[in-house]
Design a protein around this ligand. Sequence first.
Ligand code: SF4
Length: 375
Amino acid sequence: IGMVAGTRSGGVCGKNWAQGDLYDFAKPLRGFAITNYLVRRKACYACPIGCKRVVKVDSGPYQVDEGPGPEFQTCANFGLMLMNNNLEGVMKANELCNRYGLDTISCGSTIAFATECFENGLISKKDTDGIELKWGDIDAAIEMIHRIAKREGFGDVLAEGTRAAARKIGGSASEYAIEVKGMELPMHDPRGFHGQGLAQAISSRGGCHLDSLHWLIEENFSHYPELGFAEHYEAQTSEGKAQMTIMSEDLAMLCNSGVICFYVMGCISSDDLLDMLRVTTGFDYTREEALKCSERILCLKRGLSNLMGMKAEDDRLPKRLMTSLESGPTAGSVPGMDLMLREYYELRGIDSNGRPKKQKLIDLNLTDLDAKLFP
Ligand code: SF4
């Protein structure tokens, strides 16, 4: 749900992040189309939203047993990323990834990366066990899912994602690896929403849409005026997005720590969330105390990542996402990463090496981390 709308708003593109203007192409993948395969809706315990769709495909080449249907990111990554708009094919890919335990964002993105390598002659059928990887060919993608999961043949090259595969393939392959810190990006195009570029670049674990609530906030789905967010955010501007991202991260850390679904967070206020945390933990957190916990968590995550080798130069977007598309709603737009990173580092208290500053660690009582980062 929302993916086709995203092709209009600028949050969704295709062909390994190289093509915009896909509204008509994406229509067969719209949320409404899944009703043709719907067995029932499903929800986590007591959730009134019930976002899950149980589906089944009875006949044809992409038969799917009754089970979880594809959501937004799966439709984007096994659909538009591969220039495939066959929904039954997407549902089959989704079923296989679920059964193999593969993330559909990373898996779909990695196959899109391989398809572009194939298109540009960096690999051929000799490398891919005779499989011709071409745009729109969901059968080739499905075959590759099996090989990735079993680490068979060319699947072994792709099994650790785009960064590792690009190193093995060599040449210009890294240009087609759309990742941050080795993790493939979720479909929230930073050219359409600049703050999403910052959030994905600075996330400690790499391109991630779950370290921050930026997509709910920057796309104006949710407002938390009690936390100081603006009532409305302009999509394709970078001004003010560092502050927005910091507040989005802090709120997300409370959700993640409390195991609160972001969709649910989109329907409640931060005061509701605090009430839930108070009654379940027994601690009478004030808003300021709770947000301080968030800052401490983020600082700890960053510092631990620094100890494992993360540096300031890892807080970046791949070149392709810093290159504007020629058509579609984001044409001509690129995020102002220099501005946003500079402001973010300053506001968060991060030094030029990408580490939390010593004083910040002391203020947050992270003295063990301080001793390790600044021996
Ligand atoms: S809690 Fe979240 S994931 Fe679970 S049904 Fe509700 S909206 Fe969906």
